[in-house]
Write a protein that binds this ligand. Structure first.
Ligand code: ZN
Length: 398
């Protein structure tokens, strides 16, 4: 795609009872020279498109909004739309994007669900700042990425304005709408789960301290959590925010490893993003390894014991996956997670703790708010033979 988007201003109005969304998206972009602009956008009804403030012709079909306009240098595209958002349905990963809850809605787009709710340049390498301005009926709380900069009640609705100044990939943009209370500062949950959530997320600040000491400073202005009243298959990370299902709280920290996992994505995946999905082990392997680091630091199983268990599990699964270059159907295969984490454990053993954690801090500092490839990691880490065996050969190394 021959243009870049630098900023998305999304103004949305959502009615949970009728599931109706109306939106105005203003994209600030730039290019060398283009005769048409192509954006990914799902089946919502587009009523108007403006380029640099002037009405433009467009064709919207099969998930693509093609705007006819000659542009060069900096330009803006404004799209007005409405309808009932439906998730992007995929055979590999189920429903992605804007989804209805029993009472409210959530957005979980990874990897290709963002066009279900706003027109975008939907590539993980394309990062932009965001202003998310969402109006919803007043009993509902709206939590988005970033910092709440304004909240205005007018009549029966409240308008919530969030700013995410740090560059963010489209799949990490989110809007969470529900009747939530704050169980802990920045941890939102339905009132019925408040006590369980307050207990299960109580050690999250200790996790932030641990990860900050191991990986470098927490990369965003804020970290929020939303626990939905519905059950979710898996928790999902967004930038500066993670979403869990009611089934992930039990008052016994039964899912604490997932709390650590989603938090770790703020460093690995969100701040340090990937240039394309085939590098997904750089997100999931690191987040999985962070689970083991938290386990060890909090008095649970050591990273060695976690690694031994993961190796045992992997040795009984088919060894036909190259985790450094998985095909689309395997991006989120559990072997990418476990073997990715084992790769890091093997590297840690080869380097020693001091050098290994210095490497992780250097990785996060150098690539803060950027995008990376597996080759970038190999160049920085060295130990190419060891990493090649783990990442690019299907058999499990000794
Ligand atoms: Zn993950």
């Amino acid at each position: 795609m021959s243009f870049s988007v630098h900023h998305y201003a999304l103004e949305l109005d959502y009615k949970p009872h009728s599931a109706r969304l109306s939106g105005r998206a203003v994209l600030q972009a730039s290019c060398t020279s283009l005769s048409s602009i192509e954006l990914s956008f799902g089946p919502l009804r587009v009523s108007k498109v403006l380029v640099n403030g002037k009405p433009a012709r467009y064709v919207h079909s099969a998930g693509v909004l093609r705007v006819r306009a000659a542009v060069r240098g900096s330009f803006s595209v404004e799209v007005r739309y409405s309808g009932t958002p439906v998730p992007v349905s995929t055979p590999e990963w189920g429903d992605l994007g804007w989804d209805q809850l029993t009472d409210g809605s959530l957005v979980a787009s990874q990897p290709i669900g963002a066009p279900s709710w706003f027109p975008c340049l939907d590539e993980p390498s394309s990062k932009a700042s965001y202003l998310l301005d969402v109006t919803a009926p007043s009993p509902y709380v709206v939590v988005c990425n970033g910092v709440l900069v304004d909240g205005k009640v007018s009549g029966s609705t409240t308008r919530w304005t969030y700013s995410m100044a740090a560059p963010m990939a489209t799949y990490l943009a989110t809007v969470q709408i529900g009747q939530y209370v704050e169980a802990l500062p920045d941890v939102w949950a339905p009132a019925r789960l408040r006590r369980l959530v307050a207990h299960d997320f109580a050690r999250q600040n200790q996790m932030i301290e641990l990860f900050s000491s191991l990986f470098g400073p927490y990369p965003f202005a804020r970290y929020s959590v939303v626990v939905t009243d519905d059950e979710l298959d898996v928790p999902v990370e967004a930038q500066g925010l993670s979403t869990f299902g009611a089934n992930h709280v039990d008052g016994r920290r039964g899912s604490e490893r997932l709390v650590a996992h989603e938090l770790a994505h703020q460093w690995f995946g969100n701040s340090v993003g990937i240039a394309s999905w085939e590098h997904i082990w750089l997100n999931e392997g690191f987040a999985c390894y962070s689970e083991w680091l938290w386990s060890e630091a909090s008095g649970g199983r050591t990273a060695d014991a976690c690694a031994a268990a993961a190796r045992d599990l992997l040795s009984r699964l088919p060894q036909d996956l190259v985790i450094g270059r998985p095909g689309r159907a395997d991006w989120f295969d559990d072997r990418v997670y476990k073997r990715g984490a084992l790769t890091l454990h093997a590297l840690r053993r080869a380097m020693g703790d001091d050098s290994f954690f210095a490497l992780l801090r250097e990785w996060c500092a150098r690539n803060r708010h950027g995008v990376v490839t597996t080759e970038d990691f190999l160049v920085l880490a060295g130990h190419r033979d060891l990493l090649t065996r783990w990442l690019f050969e299907p058999g499990l190394p000794a």
